[in-house]
Design a protein around this ligand. Structure first.
Ligand code: MLT
Length: 213
């Protein structure tokens, strides 16, 4: 396996115009976790789902942390780069366009890190229960990339001000950010799926309009 290889699953899309999704699981998850959500919100899209390579007491993650909410930022940078290389290789191998990341918790955090460090790899991102992955991230040029952040009002892991700072940084970097807070905790809810589906529909409609214009 090359350095950029990840255990992963790939499901081909049936609609060539549907933006592929990069599915990034939370701590203790794996490459199969988000496939049902991905298929529900984007029935025609190609789905690419890697498994995080870092093990925390046997639980897969996408980067090391020192404590809950305290990240090993050197590892965040290295792993974001490695995952970005994997996505680029997978695009060639499977013949798909730049994906929108759909990440949950630790998966949302590595997706946010990729937006800040390797923005060319993603065409957008859906960040579910995300927080700032880096303390000193500089704004980058996100050139109107669409980003949906869904936070939980009763989330015991992600402080509201932390998620708001991430939204502000991405906005300052030029991303088109929609940040909503749902009346839920850290876990995913049906409302997440509904909002993600609506947001993706709007995105597809915008892309179709641009293609016609
Ligand atoms: C993280 O470590 O990325 C966040 O604390 C979310 C989590 O995985 O619990």
């Amino acid at each position: 396996m090359s350095a950029a290889a990840f255990i992963h699953r790939f499901e081909a899309g049936t609609g060539p115009e549907a933006t592929p999704l990069l599915l990034l699981h939370g701590t203790g998850g794996n490459e199969s976790d988000l496939l049902p959500l991905g298929r529900a919100v984007a029935p025609d899209a190609a789905l690419l789902a890697p498994r995080g390579k870092v093990l925390e007491h046997g639980m897969p993650r996408f980067f090391r942390r020192l404590a809950e909410g305290v990240f090993d930022e050197d590892d965040v940078r290295r792993r974001a780069d490695e995952l970005a290389d994997f996505v680029e290789n997978a695009r060639t191998r499977y013949g798909v366009g730049a994906p929108v990341a759909l990440g949950y918790s630790n998966g949302a955090n590595i997706a946010a890190a990729m937006l800040l460090l390797r923005p060319e790899v993603l065409s957008g991102a859906i960040l579910l229960r995300a927080m700032m992955p880096l303390t000193a991230a500089a704004p980058v040029d996100l050139a109107a990339k669409p980003v949906l952040i869904l936070s939980g009002a009763q989330d015991p892991i992600v402080p509201a001000e932390n998620a708001a700072r991430l939204a502000d940084l991405l906005r300052a970097s030029g991303a088109a950010v929609e940040h909503r807070t749902l009346p839920v905790g850290h876990g995913l809810s049906n409302a997440d799926a509904t909002m993600v589906q609506q947001w993706l529909r709007k995105l597809t409609a915008r892309i179709d309009k641009t293609a016609v214009a």
